[in-house]
Write a protein that binds this ligand. Structure first.
Ligand code: ATP
Ligand code: MG
Length: 150
């Protein structure tokens, strides 16, 4: 699926739509350059689970949120992983992050997912690519592995 967003709110809305289709164990992999809107997207996604994200220092790699899945009327844990500070493209090959990325009892959202090596990508993943068109416009491409929508 492809979208063009021309406001922060619209990016959050697109993320919110995706959130409605997520279930425990899903992993959302975010790709896009600095300022392309990855954190904005995470914010919109988290809001669907009644989580209000607050700004935190960029050296924090893992944040754990406790939310609520309204459609399933159940609790929901979200891991927000931001790999910006870690190594280079495709370098992360295991370690502590794996415990979280492969957790089937949480929803995982990864910023700078291109830092992960191939074997660190869970099979059931949804890739979201954000591209800067200009100061207000973002091209958002969502590829859902489970639907073979490539
Ligand atoms: N349509 C849009 N969608 C999202 N953000 C937008 C849009 N138009 C402008 N922006 C601006 O782009 C920036 C996006 O910041 P955000 O922190 O979400 O990006 P990021 O990809 O997480 O960056 P980083 O790589 O530093 O983590 C914000 O300053 C926001 O105001
Ligand atoms: Mg960010």
């Amino acid at each position: 699926m492809k979208f063009v967003s021309n406001t922060v709110e619209q990016t959050e809305q697109i993320a919110g739509k995706l959130a409605e289709n997520l279930s425990l164990g899903d992993t959302v992999l975010l790709y896009g350059s600095l300022g392309s809107g990855k954190t904005t997207f995470v914010k919109g996604l988290c809001r669907k689970f009644l989580i209000e994200m607050v700004k935190s220092p960029s050296y924090v790699i893992l944040k754990i949120y406790h939310g609520k899945n309204l459609t399933k009327n159940d609790k929901c844990v979200i891991y927000h992983i931001d790999l910006y500070r870690l190594e280079q493209m495709g370098q992360i090959n295991g370690g502590e992050i794996a415990e979280y990325i492969f957790d089937e009892n949480a929803i995982k959202i990864v910023e700078w997912a291109d830092r992960l090596s191939e074997k660190m990508l869970p099979e059931k993943n949804i890739k979201v690519k954000l591209e800067i068109i200009d100061d207000k416009n973002r091209k958002i491409t969502i590829i859902n592995q489970t639907e073979e929508d490539i």
